[in-house]
Design a protein around this ligand. Structure first.
Ligand code: SF4
Length: 330
């Protein structure tokens, strides 16, 4: 993996007059921590956070960042609508390796009668999205890139907690195509829209319709969350990360639980530690922080753990008629 260029960051830190800097890295960039530390240490007093950072929604604990002048977070793009309590420089990781797309990769779109394609991407692949756009246009397709809400920085960008770029264009295109790796973003886009969704998976250079995968996802989630139907005691969790904090949402959920004659405690935590909820003897957890946590970490919990929308699907007075992905919107 190519090292991120820190020169511009160093200029910005000098302009700020920052002396003591907290360096934050996602796990994928940690193998290079000595390189980044050595480069920045030549000019600044650097402290490295050993926490895992999954997104720009998280700048770690106040106890740590309150002792520095600025934060440098590597890998993620800024979430523009968050008011960060410290100056933060986000240095994005962009995948820039040369990709030669097979000539016939979009033939199935043509055969399927799709003409107008809505383009989306995970942010690290945004440069490849531009290339895909130009290939599609050369093949005679027309393309539209979704303009997201203020939580996203770039046109077409989607996050595991925000698919607003897809909502914006779903009714004006024949299908959506997301440039990414893995399945999660594609499933999220499929669940948040009612149009056909394809993943252009850059890992194996394949184009896949995500519908079957989405159906499997829904079945698995329903099996997991339906165990919460008879729960009597709920833990409703507010994640204290700066871009995941949804206390009002948690309060509405607690009110509904009590209205149903069941018990709920509201909890604040910076990490969802499964042992905590086992110790509290709760029957179900509703997690209002990152919507990926209940989905990715469900197997680590002894009890069902629900997203906000899953709670609404099971318990609200007017439940949505289909599975809805939880989103944190601007
Ligand atoms: Fe990523 Fe979750 Fe944070 Fe959204 S809330 S930016 S999906 S870590």
């Amino acid at each position: 993996m190519k090292l991120l260029d820190l020169n511009e960051t160093i200029v910005k830190l000098n302009e700020m007059g920052a002396k003591k800097i907290l360096l934050q890295l996602p796990d994928g960039l940690k193998p290079h921590v000595f390189d980044y530390f050595n480069k920045l240490s030549a000019s600044f007093n650097i402290i490295v956070s050993s926490e895992s950072f999954y997104g720009a929604c998280d700048i770690g604990s106040r106890d740590v960042y309150s002792h520095v002048d600025a934060i440098v977070q590597l890998g993620h793009s800024e979430i523009p609508n968050i008011k960060y309590p410290k100056p933060v420089i986000f240095l994005e990781y962009r995948d820039s390796h040369k990709i030669v797309f097979p000539e016939d990769i979009f033939n199935s779109l043509k055969a399927g009668g799709y003409r107008k394609i809505g383009l989306l991407c995970s942010v690290q692949y945004i440069d490849h999205m531009k290339e895909v756009d130009s290939i599609l246009k050369k093949m005679g397709f027309s393309t539209v890139t979704g303009i997201p809400d203020r939580r996203m920085k770039y046109p077409g960008q989607v996050l595991g907690c925000n698919f607003s770029a897809a909502h914006a264009i779903q009714n004006s295109v024949d299908c959506l195509l997301i440039v990414t790796t893995g399945k999660f973003h594609g499933i999220g886009v499929q669940l948040s829209t009612s149009t056909d969704v394809f993943i252009l998976d850059l890992n194996d250079l394949s184009l896949k319709n995500i519908k079957d995968e989405t159906d499997r996802f829904i079945r698995k989630r329903y099996v997991g969350i339906s165990r919460a139907l008879d729960a009597e005691k709920f833990c409703v969790v507010v994640d204290t990360k700066v871009g995941q904090y949804r206390e009002k949402v948690a309060e509405v959920i607690v009110d509904r639980i009590r209205e149903m004659g069941r018990e709920a405690v509201i909890l604040k935590a910076n990490e969802a530690n499964p042992t905590d909820y086992s110790n509290m003897r709760c029957d179900a957890v509703v997690f209002t922080g990152c919507p990926r946590v209940p989905i990715d970490d469900a197997d680590k919990f002894a009890m069902p753990i629900l997203t906000v929308t899953e709670f609404q699907m099971l318990f609200s007075k007017n439940p949505p008629k289909r599975y809805v992905m939880d989103e944190i919107v601007a």
